[in-house]
Design a protein around this ligand. Structure first.
Ligand SMILES: [Zn+2]
Length: 201
C-alpha cells in the first residue's frame, strides 16, 4: 500500500447525514399553513412530546415557518443521542433542514422566517441564530424551566433576547410556557436521560 492509499483509508468519518425519525416525517406531512402563532407553538410542543413518546432524544423541538402565513418550512427534534451528534439540538436541526428547503444558507433571503422553539435557546443555539437569517424567534419554556429538570443551557447573556433584538431579530417569549415546562417535567418523570457537557471535576 502506498502513501496515497493509506491517506484514503476510512480511518476518520468523512460524511454525515441527519435523518428525521419516521414518526416525525409522517407527522409533518399532515401540517398545513399555521397563521396563528399559538398554533405554531402548539405544533412544536406536540413534536417535543413526540420525541419523548418515541424515546429518541431530549424533550425539545423546533420548527421554521415563513411569516406571516405560517407555512412550515422545516422541523427538528433533539437528535443528539440517537445520531451521536453533540450539536444536533432541535433548533440546529430545524435551521439545517430549513436551509435545504429554501435552497440557501440565508433563511431570510426569500422572505421573513421565524424559528419557533419549545424551550429558549441554549448558549450554542443562541449563537447560531444571527447566522441563520431568521427574522423572528419564538420560545415557549424558559431557560430556568430546562435547568429545573437538570439540563445545562450554557453560559448566556442575562438578557439573551436583547442581544438578538440588537441585531434586528424580533423575539417573542413565554408563548404557552406552562405547557412547555410541563413537557420538560414529563420527560424527567419518565426517567429520560439528562445529558450535559462535562463541567470539570
Ligand atoms: Zn441548543
Amino acid at each position: 500500500m502506498g502513501v496515497v492509499d493509506r491517506m484514503r483509508s476510512p480511518r476518520l468519518p468523512t460524511a454525515l447525514a441527519l435523518h428525521l425519525p419516521d414518526w416525525l416525517v409522517e407527522r409533518l406531512d399532515e401540517v398545513g399553513p399555521l397563521p396563528d402563532l399559538d398554533a405554531r407553538v402548539g405544533l412544536v410542543l406536540d413534536l417535543a412530546r413526540g420525541n419523548i413518546d418515541h424515546s429518541l432524544g431530549g424533550p425539545f423541538a423546533a420548527a421554521v415557518f415563513s411569516i406571516p402565513h405560517g407555512e412550515l418550512l422545516a422541523a427538528g427534534v433533539n437528535l443528539v443521542v440517537p445520531t451521536r451528534t453533540p450539536v444536533a439540538h432541535a433548533e440546529i436541526v430545524a435551521l439545517a433542514f430549513a436551509g435545504q428547503r429554501l435552497g440557501s444558507h440565508d433563511l431570510g433571503a426569500s422572505g421573513p422566517t421565524e424559528l419557533v422553539t419549545s424551550c429558549e435557546p441554549c448558549a450554542m443555539c443562541l449563537g447560531a441564530l444571527p447566522w441563520s437569517g431568521v427574522t423572528r424567534v419564538v420560545s415557549a419554556a424558559r431557560d430556568e424551566d430546562a435547568r429545573a429538570v437538570g439540563f445545562d443551557e450554557g453560559d448566556k447573556p442575562g438578557d439573551w433576547a436583547t442581544s438578538l433584538r440588537a441585531r434586528g431579530i424580533e423575539v417573542v417569549e413565554d408563548v404557552r410556557r406552562a405547557e412547555a415546562a410541563e413537557v420538560l417535567r414529563t420527560y424527567q418523570r419518565l426517567g429520560g436521560l439528562i445529558y450535559n457537557g462535562r463541567t470539570g471535576g
